[in-house]
Write a protein that binds this ligand. Structure first.
Ligand code: HEC
Length: 276
């Protein structure tokens, strides 16, 4: 290898670094009346037309170009699937349109027209269909964004939560988060806290919002999962909501003899959805 170039190269990089550093010192935080330094002026000051102006450049004399043929505008009404010849693209279009317009107040804001100090301001029940997939999506997001403070079981005993300046809510507190005549129990309220966080009257943040990370569906999914965590507490092993196979597994864990051992499942099978 040719090692002779190494010192030259080092000197060159040092020189370059010094130039860059000097440049940055000159630019940072300084106010000046001189025009700004432009390292690539052709990118800052490009040739351009003003909107709605005339030009000789295009044959029709207009600087603005018409929409590409076949462009679909976001219209007043969703596209009727049955009428649309290609229902495939119509569905994606309708979803995008709904997300852009956010016309469905219940689904996108979790609120009603009732005044803000009325508990009925927040919708009582999740406005989207609650399926197993939605609950799983909720579990995933709850475990990522909420469990650190509220605990994986929603009891407020997350690792950060236990050291946080304010004690995080325990979702198993029946006086606050179960009875829908109490505003903090309403699905729409929990949805709003999840997305927008909590502030006290003086505007000090008590809990950060997660709207940047959870879209509306994910936030409803988290609400559904909080309800699932609540339902998992205080349920008798004989209750109908405990799947038979799961009941057997729990009995086995407890060391109680199981009547029909053939029905028992492995943890993995249960995680896969199993035979519920
Ligand atoms: C950084 C810690 C932290 C994280 C992360 C966090 N919370 Fe909270 N949360 C709190 C604290 C602290 C409180 C209690 C605030 C108070 O008492 O004023 C709270 C309260 C709540 C309440 C009760 C509000 C009320 O008025 O009683 C709900 C509902 C809630 N959080 C939902 C969530 C959801 C859903 C997530 C995840 C998307 C989440 N939180 C993530 C700290 C956190």
């Amino acid at each position: 290898m040719n090692m002779n170039h190494a010192p030259t190269r080092t000197l060159m990089s040092l020189g370059l670094a010094a130039t860059v550093a000097a440049g940055m010192v000159g630019c940072r935080g300084e106010r000046t009346d001189k025009p700004p330094r432009q390292f690539f002026p052709d990118m800052d000051d490009q040739e351009h037309f003003r909107p709605q102006s005339e030009t000789e450049f295009f044959a029709d004399g207009r600087s603005q170009r018409p929409s590409v043929a076949g462009t679909v505008a976001y219209g007043r009404a969703p596209i009727d699937h049955a009428a649309a010849t290609e229902a495939g693209w119509a569905e994606e279009y309708n979803t995008q349109r709904a997300r852009l317009l956010k016309e469905d107040q219940a689904a996108y804001f979790g609120t009603t027209d009732a005044p803000a100090d009325d508990p009925a301001h927040y919708i009582r029940e999740i406005p989207v269909e609650v399926t197993m997939d939605l609950i799983r999506l909720g579990q995933e997001n709850f475990d990522i964004y909420c469990a650190i403070c509220h605990g994986y079981e929603g009891d407020g005993k997350g690792t950060v939560g236990e050291r946080y300046a304010v004690a995080p809510a325990n979702f198993h507190d029946a006086t606050k988060y179960v009875d829908p005549s109490v505003v903090t129990s309403r699905d729409g309220y929990i949805f709003n806290v999840a997305r927008n966080g909590l502030y006290d009257a003086a505007g000090t943040m008590r809990m950060p919002g997660y709207g940047h990370a959870l879209d509306e569906i994910e936030a409803w999914a988290v609400v559904a999962y909080i309800r699932t965590l609540q339902a998992s507490r205080g349920v008798s092993i004989d209750s109908d909501i405990v799947p038979g196979a799961e009941r057997n597994r729990l009995m086995e864990q407890k060391g109680t003899p199981v009547g029909d051992a053939g029905q028992s499942m492995t943890g993995e099978a249960i995680a896969e959805g199993g035979e519920q």
